[in-house]
Design a protein around this ligand. Sequence first.
Ligand SMILES: O=P(O)(O)OC[C@H]1O[C@H](OP(=O)(O)OP(=O)(O)O)[C@H](O)[C@@H]1O
Ligand SMILES: Nc1ncnc2[nH]cnc12
Length: 168
Amino acid sequence: MTDWSTYIRDIPDYPKPGIVFKDITPLLADRTAFARAIEELADGLDFDKVAGIEARGFILAAPVAYRYGAGFVPLRKKGKLPFTTIERSYDLEYGTAAMEVHADAFAPGERVLIVDDVLATGGTASAAVELVRQAGAEVVSVSFLLELSHLSGRDRLAGVDVRTLVTM
Ligand SMILES: O=P(O)(O)OC[C@H]1O[C@H](OP(=O)(O)OP(=O)(O)O)[C@H](O)[C@@H]1O
Ligand SMILES: Nc1ncnc2[nH]cnc12
């Protein structure tokens, strides 16, 4: 059993006063912890593609796709994708944003695993689920390194299979 919390540090008042930012860079920098995290984010799941959420989600989602022989699809912040896109707006713990995916990113019915680093309010992840479904694919699961349980993000993912490696 890995004690993931030893690799995640608290940064108070970042990026705004009152927010305790969970910094995962110590975990990423540790070869054993990083490899285990990639393994455990998707262990036992059956999927065709991994959709990664910009930006920190990309760091995890692309290695998961490579490790499990799946394709990778970026879910990007508005204005970054060059082809025709589908868009969704969402709220964050510290602001609002919009997310896009290429309209042709998935074949109809493809099985998709969504990967991100942190589940906080669930605004980002629920927008990602809607976006992937709107693009014609099936969301098999959403996997996170870390869940901030006091923000109740799981409530916004009701009916979706959710996996988190550590809860804080
Ligand atoms: O559950 P929520 O309240 O939606 O918050 C979680 C999201 O917030 C962070 O992303 P952020 O938008 O800060 O972007 P970054 O990955 O580019 O730093 C994090 O990486 C998640 O995507
Ligand atoms: N407190 C937090 N720390 C790191 N990433 C986050 N994303 C949303 N809230 C966050």
